[in-house]
Design a protein around this ligand. Sequence first.
Ligand code: HEC
Ligand code: HEC
Length: 478
Amino acid sequence: MTMKKISQRDPLLTCRTAICFGLACCFLFLGSPTNSLGDDHHSKKKSLDRRLIQKLRRNDVHAIDLGPTASTEMVELGQALFFDPILSGNRDTACSTCHFPSAGTGDQLSLGVGTGTTTPSKVSFFREKGEGRSFIPRNAPELFNKGSVLWESQFWDSRVATAYGSISSPAGEDLPLGLATPLAVQAMFPVTSGDEMRGSTADFLDPHKDNEIADPALDGDLPGIWNALMNRLEQIEGYADPVDGLFVKAYGEVPANLGFESAATALAAFESTAYSYDDSPFDEYLKGNRDAMTEAQKRGALLFYGKLQCSSCHSGTLLTDQKHYNLAIPQFGEGKDESGLDLGRYLVTGNEEDRFKFRVPGLRNVTHTAPYMHNGAYYNLADAIAHHLDPARSLMNYDADEQLIQGAELADTIIKERSVLRDLIKTADVKRKKIKPAEMSDLLEFMQALTAPNIEIRLESTIPSSVPSGLPIDHFGE
Ligand code: HEC
Ligand code: HEC
């Protein structure tokens, strides 16, 4: 039954129904009961919903399932480990340093600052790189909704991924058994990276640092590093107490009897419990609540799934096909290998056609996860989107001062070599598309609809007041 039919029969009934759209509408209905503005408005709204629902169905976008739940004890262990700098060789860097809740589970930096910082326990713009240290070559991604069983890969280049029923990773045969998900496998690696958490040979040799994890005898020996970390945890009562220790509570065993995979599994349990939300306006809409999104958000969604074809890559329930594309993003920093560039997925597969390709990010809570792209090249969401719509121009006119956090330190490293820029543009997977200012505004409204309500408060509530090692916890800002 449409509003139109009702209004023709009984203007008063229309008026009552229209109260939910505001009193102003009500008077309009009364003033011209037949072909009223309110009517138009309502049927437009309906047809917007009809078109959008059809698109979502066609694109296989469903209400998100946040994944299996873990025991409270497992999550508590994971939370302690996530915030405890004890997992870094020099005791100055935790997972939370680069994935801080109040920074949208990132670090607000374009490129991260790992161990050896001169400002330990400070995150955000105030964290500074230590003398002679390198920036982490890529942007720290957000950790939202990673517990969903739909995730098949981790990292910008998917170097951890499910393949033929098992999980492949850079550790190859060294990867211990018992890691159930790519997310748990991922957590094995930050502690083994010299720049991120482990530290350097110089740190090992520095008697003040007491960094046994960076022992060069363990270089290339991942199981050795993981064991050294479990030995460290065994020394800390909060983790190792045989009655009250966090490991006993979660596993019934002390750290001495467990491998680092038990820590990684707990870290994954914490990440997926703490940072998974299914109540953004978009997620509520997917559950069937047609009033959860505003009309501008619905118009933006129609552009996303229709005319602009964002959904050809940001597809399905996770808003990513988990495949890799070259968007001709400006290159800067030290790069990932001797080339001084970051060739992305190519470094995993060695296939020429994978050069400069990075995994499509899922976009939930994207309004809170700046800076954007695999190297944090764009600070503004509108510019990150605009880059897709004219990649060549955006690359050639890239304004480091405007966009790049750490511009002062990184501006000089921006690759301007013609041959590289030409290569990036020639092989790009996105082509120029025209968009009107009003459409961009609707698209940005749709991005807002991907953000969970009260997200700041919910994120902050995941920060513990202390960690078992007694080391200081990261804090946000100055
Ligand atoms: C020094 C900064 C830093 C620290 C410390 C750090 N990470 Fe990260 N994290 C990153 C960066 C950078 C990436 C992306 C690397 C890449 O894709 O090559 C990343 C990627 C990830 C991802 C993959 C997300 C995705 O969508 O693919 C997860 C999950 C994650 N980190 C969890 C952790 C955990 C758990 C810890 C602690 C054990 C940790 N990180 C410590 C910077 C850091
Ligand atoms: C050809 C595939 C493709 C299409 C089409 C596409 N994207 Fe992307 N998008 C990507 C990839 C890949 C990245 C990451 C690129 C990188 O970091 O090198 C990305 C990054 C983003 C980011 C930054 C997210 C973050 O966390 O860093 C946003 C926002 C975004 N896309 C929105 C859109 C919108 C809106 C559209 C439609 C106008 C769109 N995308 C169309 C592949 C695509």
